[in-house]
Design a binder for this molecule. Structure first.
Ligand SMILES: NC(=O)c1ccc[n+]([C@@H]2O[C@H](COP(=O)([O-])OP(=O)(O)OC[C@H]3O[C@@H](n4cnc5c(N)ncnc54)[C@H](O)[C@@H]3O)[C@@H](O)[C@H]2O)c1
Length: 364
């Protein structure tokens, strides 16, 4: 948090798996401000090999946590390990930036955030896609009143499932996985950014098949048990009155539905894919044709890891935009949707998150 203008934030990366490659690309690009200094993995050989390839020491999590050169732990482990790795990192005096979801349960996430507060440390969480020009330009259109008071949104993620491309897709079908916990955070962070927090949810969910077959890599042909629901539809009632219909599915062969549409009294917006940092926002105002809006806000050329850059640039006294408060609210929405489906009733949420500060158009 602007702990020394001119001094880079030093990152220790835990979990050198699939997604780490995208972070390596980003960290190289922004190394003057946010620099990778060490890598760890429970798979020591992988840590050592990846460290060598990235030109930093690679080893155990204990070694990384004991390294005084590490300011912040970038936690890219699987969802079930997020809370444990975050807790150990905070106990070692490190800030934490987690991949999504923040934790598998709200209770776990709450204890991580309580510990961070006690220690005076920061926890941030992906997705930071909402800091890019795509969602920020759409947010600006809403904030500037281009669609009038928001009424409704639809958010749809409908795909066949990640076993089609991921060599180790087990965690996507375990508790903490499924389409809602895996992809929901992108959509929920975008919806909270666009329409504000959610007060109440209801949902229905299903699990049409109980095994998935891995399609690629050394385990191709192996069957993975499905231990969580894989099709979920819910209604989110935002505090300010708009109602979102959210569908997250690993049981869909194909779709032509747009990722997010937002409708207001005076106009409608087509919002770019919240899994991406950029994209075009289109606006239709009552009685007019569709127009593409010029890019007007957000970090240009951003990519996974910009939440850390934003943290580093945040002036003292301000809340970094990728603060885990939003991820906590998203997790509470997801957990409540799953509970609503089981219990067959609408649920009020206990907490809400404020929207993060808008990102002015910023070139990097
Ligand atoms: N932002 C994105 O676009 C995106 C995309 C895919 C996955 N993800 C998220 O990133 C995370 C990692 O996904 P992935 O696809 O890279 O998974 P992966 O299985 O390929 O990699 C996870 C790595 O973490 C290590 N690990 C697991 N538990 C650990 C522990 N307790 N301590 C240390 N290391 C541990 C594993 O050995 C492995 O190397 C997940 O939370 C996932 O939801 C994000």
């Amino acid at each position: 948090m602007n702990e020394g203008a001119g001094t880079p934030l030093r990152v220790g990366l835990v979990g050198a798996g699939f997604i780490s490659r995208m972070y390596f690309d980003t960290l190289k690009r922004i190394q003057d401000e946010v620099r990778l200094v060490r890598i760890a993995d429970v798979d020591l050989a992988r840590a050592v090999e990846t460290g060598a390839a990235q030109g930093v020491p690679g080893g155990s999590v204990d070694e990384l946590l004991a390294d005084p050169e590490v300011d912040v732990v970038l936690n890219l482990t699987i969802p079930m390990a997020h809370a444990e790795v975050a807790t150990r990192s905070l106990e070692a005096g490190k800030h934490v930036y987690d991949e999504k979801p923040l934790a598998v349960t709200v209770a776990e996430a709450r204890s991580v955030l309580d510990l961070a507060q006690q220690r005076g440390l920061w926890v941030g969480c992906a997705p930071d896609t909402v800091l890019g020009t795509g969602i920020q330009t759409a947010r600006r259109a809403v904030d500037d009143g281009m669609i009038g008071p928001p009424v409704a949104a639809t958010a749809t993620m409908a795909i066949p499932g990640h076993e089609a491309w991921h060599p180790n897709p087990d965690f996507y079908y375990a508790p903490g996985g499924g389409p809602l916990y895996d992809m929901g955070p992108y959509y929920l962070h975008a919806l909270i950014t666009l329409l504000g927090p959610v007060a109440r949810v209801s949902a229905s969910s299903s699990r049409p098949v109980t095994e998935r077959v891995i399609a690629s890599g050394p385990r191709a042909g192996e069957r993975v048990p499905v231990l969580t629901d894989t099709h979920i539809t819910g209604l989110l009632e935002h505090v300010d009155g708009a109602i979102t219909t959210l569908t997250m599915s690993f049981d869909t062969v194909g779709t032509r539905t747009l990722p997010i549409e937002v409708h207001g009294v005076e106009g409608s917006l087509l919002v770019p894919d919240p899994n991406e940092f950029s994209g075009t926002t289109s606006l239709k105002r009552r009685g007019e044709d569709w127009v593409e809006l010029p890019t007007s806000a957000g970090y240009e050329n951003s990519a996974r890891g910009f939440g850390l850059l934003d943290f580093h640039r945040t002036p003292a006294g301000e809340v970094p935009r990728a603060d885990a408060g939003i991820a906590f609210h998203a997790l509470e929405i997801m957990e409540s949707m799953m509970r609503s489906s089981v219990e067959g009733r609408r649920l009020d949420l206990g907490a809400t998150a404020g929207r993060s500060r808008p990102v002015p158009l910023t070139s990097i």
